[in-house]
Design a protein around this ligand. Structure first.
Ligand SMILES: NC(=O)c1ccc[n+]([C@@H]2O[C@H](COP(=O)([O-])OP(=O)(O)OC[C@H]3O[C@@H](n4cnc5c(N)ncnc54)[C@H](OP(=O)(O)O)[C@@H]3O)[C@@H](O)[C@H]2O)c1
Length: 264
């Protein structure tokens, strides 16, 4: 039985960053939010602000995700929006990062996205026309420099979202893929850019990304870069992946060396 007459949104990764910011904006627009993440205390804080409800769930655990979907279905007949946003960084060179971390990055950023969507398809279909926003990354379409495991997980997320956009369209579920650039959040601190007056301009705020999540739905766009400036390099990368990767690798190495020099 439906417990409220409002439109219902499920937001994963709602305990901080983009997820918490978009939940606040959705609540201001009259949505009822189901907030999903692992940290109960942080979810409760956001729920107090937004008036929504919480679901403590680790998106990497398929059984837990299905149990969560069942609990949501017991309270709501349908949902109209899923913001598939939970994710984690995997910074550092491939040879430095722990193998367990690589596994966790893939299980969270890619498979977590898959399990949450799969478990909620019946409720999204019941709420059709409904929307799914997959919060991927520019790293989902451009590879170069360090961070291979994260980049690979985001590439997987992007192609999965693209396929889902076609497969779920007949059910009235529209799947959108947002590809943000660097943003300052709890899990993704951007000290390397924020320390420099020029590079700090490219760093987005949580609110800018939250606004873009709402915009991609409002405009019914399948994919969007944030900011748009990433679109031309992504096109170039599509045409000349090796050249662009090499350039990016060189530039990243230079930036990292300069940053280490400043820290020393
Ligand atoms: N910030 C950036 O520069 C940037 C750029 C492009 C894309 N992105 C993507 O944007 C998304 C949101 O990141 P953010 O920047 O807002 O980072 P954030 O503040 O660290 O938020 C990450 C959220 O994901 C949740 N989460 C992580 N692992 C989880 C798990 N196993 N199960 C359930 N929830 C989990 C975290 O909650 P708990 O720890 O409480 O579980 C947290 O709420 C991620 O997918 C990230 O890859 C970020």
């Amino acid at each position: 039985m439906q417990i409220n007459a409002k439109r219902v949104a499920v937001v994963t990764g709602a305990s901080s960053g983009f997820g918490a910011a978009v939940a606040r904006k959705l609540a201001q627009q009259g949505w009822y939010c189901v907030l999903v993440a692992r940290r109960r205390d942080r979810l409760e804080e956001v729920a107090r602000e937004t008036g929504g409800e919480i679901e403590v769930c680790d998106v990497t655990e398929r059984d837990d995700v299905y149990a969560m979907a069942e609990r949501i279905a017991a309270r709501h007949d349908a949902i109209q929006l899923l913001v598939n946003n939970a994710g984690m960084p995997g910074r550092g060179g491939f040879l430095d990062i722990e193998p367990e971390r690589i596994e966790q990055v893939v299980r969270t950023n890619y498979l977590g996205n898959v399990w949450v969507l799969l478990s909620l398809v019946p409720l999204l279909e019941a709420g059709a026309p409904s929307h799914v926003v997959s919060v991927a990354s520019v790293a989902g379409v451009i590879a170069g420099g360090a961070g291979g495991p994260y980049t690979a997980s985001k590439h997987a997320q992007v192609v999965f979202s693209r396929s889902m956009a076609s497969e779920l369209a007949p059910k009235g579920i529209r799947v959108h893929t947002l590809k943000p650039g660097f943003a300052e959040t709890e899990g993704f601190p951007q000290d390397r850019f924020l320390g420099n007056p020029i590079s700090r301009r490219i760093v987005l705020s949580e609110d800018q990304v939250a606004d873009a999540i709402l915009r991609i739905v409002r405009r019914n766009r399948r994919e969007m870069f944030l900011p748009k400036i990433y679109a031309p390099p992504a096109m170039l990368y599509g045409l000349m992946p090796n050249t662009v990767s090499r350039l990016l690798g060189w530039q990243t190495r230079k930036r990292d060396e300069a940053f280490r020099g400043e820290q020393a």
